[in-house]
Every structure is written in structure tokens, then in C-alpha cells.
Design a protein around this ligand. Structure first.
Ligand SMILES: [Zn+2]
Length: 231
């Protein structure tokens, strides 16, 4: 066997991943980068729901009526939506980004694995403390004139609170206010606790926890190393 072949085989065998992480963990950016570097298609239920509504097929109309009524889209409907989007026996490489979100959706994923003849090779949690995630999210600033983005800690402007390009006073997005961040984190913790505990207990070595506290480059490198993916 030629040197390096094992690495390629290891990379190819990890065809289906699930990635978890709290708001602010960088989970979705990491998934996007993995997709770009290693040819994974990202499966995001939010995007699938929006697409279905735009298509206005029977599934899309069901989704739309749930959303209009202010209801959460039932897990069964999400499952059907995912199944119609995945081709059984297809060789494509997938990352489930933010699914399953709740313990109730675990069975949905198992059903998908069975019906679409695929199996999840690794479950990865990008771990970050609540404090650090909140600091990252509330530290974001944006220029209201040119839309340049900054971060008070990671990417501060040259002059405090002023845009580098035009000197305009920077603002926070309403999504990033301490109050909204706290609510999003609370919702995440409510669901993720039992969900991660389930996978930690049942998946053995297939479940991996990655330290998400470093820079994006550091976390991405660590993620690739844990998955045996070499860019
Ligand atoms: Zn600006």
C-alpha cells in the first residue's frame, strides 16, 4: 500500500456527518468550509423548509400553513422533506448541519438512514461555553453605511466604535443584542443537553467533541484532524 492511501480512504469513508454547536460556535461556517474543501453537500432543514414553501408543492403548502399558524413544523413533516431531498443509494457526501435539533428528531434521522440507505459516520459537537459564545455574539458590530463587519475582540476597528472605511459609528444588529442572544442560547441548551447526552452514550467513538474556543482556523484544523480529513 502506498503512503497516504490510508488517509484518503479514511477521508472517503466519512461520507455522512452530523455537526452540532450552539449559536456563536461557528458550526455553520465550519460546515460550509468542509463542504467547499471536501465536496460535502450541506443539509439544512431551514433552507429545505424555505425552498419547499417557494415550490408550493403539496409538501410546501403543508409547511407554509404550519408556519403561518405560528406552529413549529412537526418532526414527521421535516422527515418527509429530508427524505424527498435525499436519493437512496446515492454516493454523495453529506453534512447534516443543525439536524437533529431535538431528541424527538433522533428517530427521524434513523428512519432517513434506513430509507435512504445511508449511515452517519460521525457526530461532531463544536463545544463552546455559554459565556464565550455570548461574548462572541454580542461583540459583533456592523457599519450602518457600508455594512463592513467588525468584532470588538476578534476584529476591532482601528478607532474604537468607528468604521475603518468611513468613520461612521458602528452599531449592533438587533439579533446580537444581549437579550436575544440569551434567549437563543437558552433554547439551544434546553434541546441540546438531552440530544448530545444521547449520542455521547450510544455512539462511542463516532461521537466527537471539538474545542470550539480557538480562532476559526484553529477550530477548523482540529475538526479536520479529528475526522481524519487532510486538505
Ligand atoms: Zn463603513
Amino acid at each position: 500500500m502506498v503512503g497516504g492511501t490510508l488517509g484518503v480512504e479514511a477521508a472517503l469513508s466519512l461520507a455522512h456527518l452530523v455537526i452540532f454547536g450552539r449559536p456563536g460556535s461557528g458550526k455553520s461556517s465550519l460546515a460550509e468550509r468542509l463542504g467547499a474543501d471536501f465536496g460535502y453537500r450541506l443539509i439544512r432543514t431551514g433552507e429545505l423548509l424555505r425552498e419547499a414553501v417557494r415550490r408550493q408543492d403539496s409538501l410546501g403548502r403543508q409547511v407554509e400553513s404550519q408556519l403561518k399558524a405560528g406552529q413549529l413544523v412537526p418532526d414527521d413533516l421535516i422527515g418527509t422533506l429530508l427524505e424527498t431531498n435525499l436519493v437512496a443509494g446515492n454516493q454523495e457526501r453529506l453534512i447534516f448541519d443543525g439536524f437533529p435539533r431535538t431528541l424527538g428528531q433522533v428517530a427521524i434521522l434513523e428512519r432517513i438512514e434506513e430509507r435512504c440507505q445511508l449511515s452517519i459516520d460521525a457526530y461532531v459537537d463544536i463545544h463552546l461555553s455559554l459565556e464565550l459564545a455570548a461574548r462572541r455574539m454580542t461583540g459583533r458590530r456592523v457599519c450602518p453605511k457600508c455594512a463592513a463587519t467588525y468584532h470588538l475582540i476578534n476584529r476591532p476597528p482601528r478607532v474604537a466604535e468607528r468604521c475603518d472605511h468611513d468613520g461612521i459609528m458602528l452599531i449592533s444588529r438587533t439579533d446580537d443584542s444581549a437579550e436575544v442572544v440569551a434567549i437563543r442560547q437558552q433554547i439551544y441548551e434546553q434541546h441540546s443537553g438531552p440530544l448530545l447526552a444521547h449520542y455521547r452514550q450510544t455512539m462511542g467513538a463516532k461521537f466527537q467533541e471539538i474545542d470550539g474556543s480557538g480562532t476559526f482556523a484553529e477550530v477548523y484544523q482540529s475538526l479536520c484532524r479529528h475526522l481524519g480529513l487532510v486538505g
